[in-house]
Every structure is written in structure tokens, then in C-alpha cells.
Design a protein around this ligand. Structure first.
Ligand SMILES: [Mg+2]
Length: 267
């Protein structure tokens, strides 16, 4: 598998920074999109290369996903010291007590649940995923017109309840009662860790927000040392692109070998 030479160069330059954060989305980036979200599995070698990176000095590795923390841990098989950021930044594996929803947010969550059940009744085949701070409507596998109508109905729920945060994706729409956003979560994590550079890879709308947020990081030096990678096609704010999940894993392997070589030199 051949990576774009510009990406290989960027990975080499990134590897030379003393302290780095290597972060990636899970679904559609490390794990191919599948019909049932619970059948999702990382491609071969992906978690292995991330685990090996996380063992290197000055290297923090994080999975950043819209998924709730529990399923993210289960499906990825991630273990310490890998960090897991779930629910678009609302959950963090270092803070296992997790989310604290207000009474108002709990009520809103119940209303959301009822409204989405009605959407599913009218659009059979659509599915609801429970998350700690919201609900997700999935339409993968449905005929395009049914999928489109179901997603529009779910989006309309978000328009009726204006405190809900609506996040559209590929054959999916998420409605959350509490929302941080991947970009805010990533910049905060980079700040907290005090890293010199951040790599982030992803395939979807929420990842695009993260690419933009990293470019606008208030730490300008860090913003200039970012390395952002879009997985798959579509317009993107990322600096680089790979074709698919396997190519992203290849990029992590290139980074691993560049950075392992650097720490062997004692640099
Ligand atoms: Mg994704």
C-alpha cells in the first residue's frame, strides 16, 4: 500500500517532536463502517500499531469517538495506556465517574427517547442507539428515500427541542442533551498533556470540526505542528488524505517506525 509522499514526509516531521498526541476516530477510520454498529471491528494491525506507539516515550495515544465509552472500549479492545474519549468528548476514560446530567437534561433525554421511538415506528428499519448523553438514529442499509425521511424526522425533533445538539453523519443523526465536540475535547487534551504536536484522523462531519479546531488552536505553535488526515473521500479541511482504514493503519506503522527509530537513537 502506497501512501502519498507528502503524508510520509509529514509523518517523519511529526515523529521528531518530543511530546505528541496521536488521536484517531474509530468508526470509518480504524474500523470499517458496518450495518450493525456493534459488529464494528478495527482492521488488522490497527490497535497493535497504536498500542506500540503508546509504549514509546513522549507519545500519548487516544481514540476519539462519538460512541459511548463502554462500547468503544469493548469493540476496540483498547487497553491502558491508550486513552478513550467517548460521546464526542463528553466522556473520558481517565474520569470513569463519567457524565453528570442535570434533572433538566434527564427529562429532555426521556422526551428525546419518546420522539425517536415515534420516528422508528413511522420508518421501520431505523434503529435507536442509547448513549449516556443522547440517542442516535441509524438508517444504514435502508433504501435511500426511507433513510432520508427518517433522518429528516429525527433532525426535526432536534429543531423542536432547541437544547438538543444535533450532529448529522453518514446515515446517522445524533441528538445529545450534553455535548462537548471532538475538536474542543482534542484541543483541551493537547493542552492538558502539554504536547508539542497533535495528529488526528477521521472520516466524518464531527472529525471535520476537529480538523478545523486543531488548525485554530490558541497555542499557535501547536496549531502549526498539527497533522490532520481525512480517511476516505469527500471535501475536507484536513491536510492529508488516505483512501481507507487500511491505509490509515499503514500511516500509523510509518509513524511508529519513524518514532521508534528516534527513541532508539536516544533523541
Ligand atoms: Mg467515524
Amino acid at each position: 500500500m502506497t501512501l502519498d509522499p507528502a503524508l510520509v514526509d509529514a509523518l517523519g516531521a511529526f515523529a521528531a517532536h518530543p511530546r505528541v498526541l496521536v488521536a484517531t476516530d474509530f468508526d470509518g477510520a480504524l474500523a470499517p463502517l458496518v450495518l450493525d454498529p456493534m459488529d464494528s471491528r478495527p482492521v488488522e494491525g490497527g490497535m497493535e500499531s497504536l498500542a506500540a506507539l503508546a509504549d514509546l516515550p513522549g507519545t500519548t495515544v487516544a481514540l476519539v469517538s462519538g460512541r459511548a465509552l463502554g462500547p468503544l472500549r469493548q469493540l476496540s479492545g483498547a487497553q491502558d495506556p491508550l486513552l478513550l474519549i467517548g460521546s464526542h468528548g463528553a466522556e473520558d476514560s481517565r474520569r470513569p465517574d463519567g457524565l453528570a446530567l442535570s434533572e433538566e437534561q434527564r427529562t429532555l433525554l426521556t422526551q428525546l427517547e419518546d420522539a425517536l421511538r415515534a420516528v422508528v415506528e413511522q420508518h421501520p428499519g431505523a434503529r435507536i442507539e442509547d448513549k449516556p448523553a443522547g440517542r442516535v438514529l441509524h438508517t444504514r442499509g435502508l433504501p435511500p428515500e426511507v433513510s432520508g425521511a427518517a433522518l429528516a424526522a429525527a433532525t426535526a425533533v432536534g429543531e423542536r427541542h432547541t437544547s438538543l445538539v444535533v450532529t448529522p453523519g453518514k446515515e446517522v443523526v445524533e441528538l445529545a442533551v450534553a455535548h462537548v465536540g471532538k475538536g474542543v475535547a482534542l484541543v483541551a487534551l493537547a493542552e492538558e498533556l502539554g504536547v508539542d504536536a497533535v495528529l488526528y484522523a477521521g472520516d466524518d462531519v464531527t472529525d471535520e470540526h476537529a480538523f478545523v479546531a486543531l488548525a485554530q488552536d490558541t497555542d499557535l505553535a501547536r496549531a502549526e505542528r498539527r497533522l490532520t488526515i481525512r480517511v476516505g473521500d469527500g471535501e475536507s479541511a484536513a491536510q492529508h488524505r488516505v483512501n481507507d482504514e487500511r491505509a490509515l493503519v499503514r500511516a500509523f506503522e510509518v509513524l511508529l517506525s519513524a518514532r521508534a527509530g528516534r527513541s532508539n537513537d536516544g533523541g
